[in-house]
Design a protein around this ligand. Structure first.
Ligand code: B12
Ligand code: SF4
Ligand code: SF4
Length: 303
């Protein structure tokens, strides 16, 4: 274990704005991959068939990068001091500002070049959401936080409104202990979910999740699903969680809401032409749904 390198990495990550960094040794995630497989077999992934790709790498990240022995998990807060207007169509917090993939990749690239500059034998590889990595599972193992019953990772002080990233590295670092589960007998999130998507503690059915329906589904949203005013993603299960009441906010304005779309009435949002949609949402997560998805989501809440 390289204590000096571990401390240096923690400092570099903090300087780039990640509020927490944790290390775990890379070993196959057998039980978690078995769970993932059964989740897919039950159809809980809806039509996100790409989750079945590279299952061998998801199980064993050592197959992703030759010589990788340690997983560095990083947490970046996106919670900001703004609130949804419940009378207007709602976009989830993570998508209010710029695309986190772009913002965080720049930071991760800078972190990796600083780490590799320490010693020419160091090799790294980073991902944010876009790799064959069980990000939440590794974040838990690295001590970032525990898996809440709503299936998001919660950090005891900062809550769950943060992104997870990871860096694979070919050096042994000072490994952290997994975080303790503090959900206890609480089940506020399960009761608050309007569609019953959290069908059991720590278990989510994507078919019923408003987030899946408004972001990933490329077809019509089934009429039995009430999207409850959400037009891109959903924050309900996290908004109600007691661990998100502490109000730690990011100072990164990349994730502040853009007034061009934030808390506007449905008729205004509906009036965007395709060109306006493309220009307002260029470089943001909302672009993923495309104009047709945007119109569909707005249509669905007024049905
Ligand atoms: C697919 C996906 C989705 C799907 C499915 C969500 C889900 N719960 O898995 C949909 C489209 C619904 C979704 C929605 C959202 N997502 Co998403 N999503 C992902 C993605 C790409 C993969 C997640 C995955 O592998 N799911 C598979 C299932 C099986 O995972 P799971 O239920 O958590 O179970 C795992 C473990 O908990 C464990 N496990 C669970 N039960 C059991 C039981 C046993 C016995 C065992 C052994 C193990 C075990 O093993 C499983 C395998 O790792 C990740 C990025 C990544 N590459 O990891 C982002 C990610 C999870 N999403 C994220 C976010 C922000 C969201 C939303 C909040 C966005 C929004 N506001 O709308 C919502 C939250 C909805 C919710 N309540 O979870 C963040 C979460 C950050 C955090 N703090 O946890 C991630 C990590 C992206 C990132 N890089 O930041 N997402
Ligand atoms: S994101 Fe919304 S629909 Fe999905 S589980 Fe949470 S509350 Fe339910
Ligand atoms: S609302 Fe309660 S049960 Fe749900 S994640 Fe938060 S603490 Fe856990």
């Amino acid at each position: 274990m390289d204590k000096e390198l571990s401390n240096l990495i923690r400092r570099i990550c903090l300087e780039e704005g990640f509020f927490k960094t944790g290390f775990s040794n890379i070993e196959p995630m057998k039980a978690e991959t078995a769970y993932l497989k059964s989740w897919i077999e039950e159809g809980r992934n809806a039509d996100m068939n790409w989750i079945s790709n590279s299952l061998d790498k998801r199980e064993n990240p050592a197959l992703i990068m030759e010589g990788a022995v340690c997983m560095i998990s990083l947490a970046y807060l996106y919670n900001s001091d703004f609130n949804h207007d419940e009378t207007k169509p709602k976009i989830s917090r993570y998508a209010w500002g710029k695309d986190y993939h772009k913002v965080l990749k720049k930071k991760l690239k800078s972190i990796c070049s600083k780490i590799e500059a320490v010693d020419s034998s160091i090799k790294t590889k980073f991902y944010v959401d876009d790799g064959p990595v069980l990000e939440k599972t590794w974040a838990v193992k690295s001590g970032i936080g525990w898996m809440g019953k709503h299936t998001n990772v919660i950090e005891p002080d900062y809550g769950s409104f943060f992104f997870i990233s990871e860096i694979l590295i070919n050096k042994e670092l000072e490994y952290d202990k997994p975080a303790e589960d503090l959900c206890g007998s609480c089940n506020i999130c399960m009761n608050a979910c309007p569609t019953g998507a959290i069908y059991d503690e720590y278990k989510l059915d994507s078919n019923l999740c408003i987030s899946y329906q408004t972001i990933e589904n490329r077809n019509e949203i089934p009429s039995h699903i009430d999207t409850d005013g959400w037009i891109f993603g959903c924050d309900i299960c996290q908004d109600v969680c007691p661990f998100n009441k502490k109000k730690f906010f990011t100072s990164d304005e990349s994730f502040f809401p853009n007034p061009a779309h934030f808390n506007l009435p449905a008729d205004k949002l509906n009036s965007f032409t395709e060109e306006e949609f493309n220009s307002i949402f260029s470089g943001t997560p909302v672009k993923r749904t495309k104009y047709s998805g945007w119109k569909r989501n707005l249509r669905h809440i007024t049905k």
